[in-house]
Design a protein around this ligand. Structure first.
Ligand code: F1P
Length: 301
């Protein structure tokens, strides 16, 4: 593996791609308007960004927003959606294309896309392209966070603190204890639950790590039994009362930073990269993964 992987270069460019996305997001006409009833779909990382966006949009009072894994989306006319937002870096993920095809002509669609030269464009009514955030690494880092920054800006958030915190997260020390920890449980609430899911996926994809993720208040309802010395419980966003002390009693390391939670995800991406390196893995080409999942390839003979 080369010293500078694509993953490292791409995750390092996030402050700049976030800045660009914030400019586009503040003006992006095709994205949902306040009051619209919205379903947002994606697969893998893109699904987790959908979860975060949905929670942010609801919290901002901009309307009902339901996130779905594209393969599990309920988009029947009885649900009354005014718009479907799809998130896809590749523009080729089969389940996302199936959703776009299934609702065509019935529900207006807008796709946030990394590669605009792909089939998702023709299947979508509108697209918001972020080609500057597309990636060579199979493991997504900047496309996902840049799409979410676009959406945060579109909801009216000032994302400049997130950008500054991402710069700081890129310079922060990666604790050796995180690089060699046996297990991670990531927690979040509201929009940061999607980030917790994404952090856990990043560690699995890039470094084959054992990770879990839960809504923060659910953690004490069973999963805390996994916490133990040599393991890490990493919280994004607001800390539930008493949780830090509860985790401390297990002997696990409790990690909670004050920086913007999306910027804290940047630090987790760096931990995933360091864990891959420490295990001699190529973070750009993880075992069993491809840039996107294509289900319409000819059946193997
Ligand atoms: C979605 C995705 C990735 C995942 C894997 C396969 O891709 O599920 O999130 O990490 O590499 O593809 P996309 O629809 O955003 O291109």
């Amino acid at each position: 593996m080369s010293e500078t992987s694509y993953m490292e270069q791409e995750l390092g460019s996030q402050p700049e791609t976030w800045r660009q996305a914030a400019r586009i997001g503040a003006a992006a006409g095709p994205l949902p308007k306040p009051g619209q009833r919205v379903a947002v779909v994606g697969c893998g990382t893109s699904w987790f960004m959908a979860q975060s966006y949905a929670a942010l949009r609801e919290a901002a009072g901009q309307g009902v927003t339901d996130p779905f894994a594209a393969s599990e989306a309920f988009l029947g006319s009885d649900r009354g959606y005014d718009a479907v937002v799809a998130i896809t870096r590749s523009g080729t993920t089969t389940e996302v294309l199936r959703v776009l095809d299934a609702v065509k002509g019935r529900i207006p669609t807008v796709t946030i896309i990394g590669d605009p030269e792909t089939p998702a464009v023709a299947l979508s009514d509108e697209t918001v392209s972020l080609p500057f955030a597309d990636e060579k690494s199979v493991v997504q880092t900047r496309f996902a966070t840049t799409a979410l920054t676009l959406l945060r800006a579109h909801l009216g958030e000032d994302t400049s603190r997130a950008v500054a915190d991402a710069e700081e997260a890129l310079a922060a020390r990666v604790d050796k204890e995180w690089v060699f920890a046996e297990q991670f449980s990531f927690l979040g609430s509201g929009w940061t639950f999607g980030l917790a899911n994404e952090a856990a996926l990043k560690m699995r994809e890039a470094a084959q790590s054992w990770t879990e993720s839960y809504p923060a208040m659910e953690y004490r309802h069973g999963p805390i039994a996994i916490a133990a010395p040599g393991r890490v419980t990493w919280l994004f966003g607001q800390a539930p009362e008493g949780l830090e002390a509860d985790v401390a009693r297990t002997g696990a390391r409790f990690v909670h930073h004050a920086r913007d939670p999306l910027a804290d995800l940047v630090l987790v991406q760096r931990v995933a990269l360091e864990r891959a390196r420490a295990r001699g893995l190529d973070p750009d080409n993880p075992r069993s993964l491809t840039r996107s999942v294509l289900l319409e390839t000819p059946a193997a003979s």
